[in-house]
Design a protein around this ligand. Structure first.
Ligand code: KIV
Ligand code: NA
Length: 276
């Protein structure tokens, strides 16, 4: 069960094999998804929302990302692990970006990093790839820029915005990125970008013409009740299962149905008899 590498990911596009990616934030889930056969695990900064209780990805720190990436790497043996670079860990200077990207490979066992943005981050991407750090780009709806974008909405809808996205994708490829995530992009535009680039595109809310797909594992499993974006498919509704299980547990503890004899440890009668 050999580890998938970045060359194998690029090769999949050449062979027309669809690439699968899911987020993971801890060792337990990483092991489950890895054993199920997913190609890439993304330690997304979406962990701000899914795991840490923030309402955006902006507060997530390098230390948060390193901590969760280490856990994911302990659970994954086959899938390629990609770590998201958090907000403001790569924007200040190329030097700081390079140093932070390097920490993921040095200190966690991740095989690659991901960062958001196009042309403006191309020099940082170039420095990272020159240093031997594989990079995944991220275009379209980039949640770290939510305040700049003015909310979570589909990107690249008019000619100027569509052309900008195409140019950004080209500049990431030229800078050495080995894949690009396209988030919330009209399907025909994402298809066109996928046909234009040699490196694979990984879509989320970007239609079926991308070279691969990624979703947040909490969305796939229906772990969180509430709002579900149009592009999400919840393959299960586990939050109802979790609630039902916990309610049953509370009820059985209160009514002394749990623990039963089968969950308890016995003691020889004479031990009890000699106790005073
Ligand atoms: O943080 C994340 O989960 C992501 C994916 C949605 C691509 O960046
Ligand atoms: Na992210």
């Amino acid at each position: 069960n050999k580890r998938i590498n970045t060359a194998a990911i690029r090769e999949k596009k050449a062979k027309g094999e669809v690439i699968t990616m899911l987020t993971a934030y801890d060792a337990a889930f990483a092991r489950l998804l890895d054993e199920a056969g997913v190609d890439m695990l993304l330690v997304g900064d979406s962990l701000g929302n899914t795991m840490l209780g923030y309402d955006s990805t902006l507060p997530v720190t390098m230390e948060d990302m390193l901590h969760h990436t280490r856990a994911v790497c302990r659970g994954a043996s086959h899938s390629l692990v990609v770590a998201d670079m958090p907000f403001m860990s790569y924007q200040v200077s190329i030097e700081e970006a390079l140093r932070n990207a390097g920490r993921f490979l040095k200190e966690t066992g991740a095989q690659a990093v991901k960062l958001e943005g196009g042309k403006e981050v191309a020099p940082a991407v170039k420095a990272m790839t020159a240093a031997g750090i594989p990079v995944v780009g991220h275009l379209g709806l980039t949640p770290q820029s939510v305040h700049q974008l003015g909310g979570f909405k589909v990107q690249g809808k008019d000619v100027a915005a569509a052309q900008r996205l195409m140019d950004d994708a080209r500049s990431l490829e030229e800078a050495g990125a080995f894949a690009v995530v396209l988030e919330c992009v009209p399907a025909p535009l994402a298809t066109k970008v996928s046909q234009t680039l040699a490196i694979p595109t990984i879509g989320i809310g970007a239609g079926n013409g991308c070279d691969g797909q990624v979703l947040v594992i909490h969305d796939v499993l229906g772990l969180l009740p509430g709002f579900k974006p149009k592009f999400v498919k919840a393959y299960r509704t586990l939050h109802t299962e979790v609630s039902a299980a916990v309610r049953e547990y509370i009820d059985e503890v209160k009514t002394r149905q749990f623990p039963g004899p089968e969950h308890s440890f016995a003691l020889a009668d004479e031990v009890l008899e000699k106790l005073y």
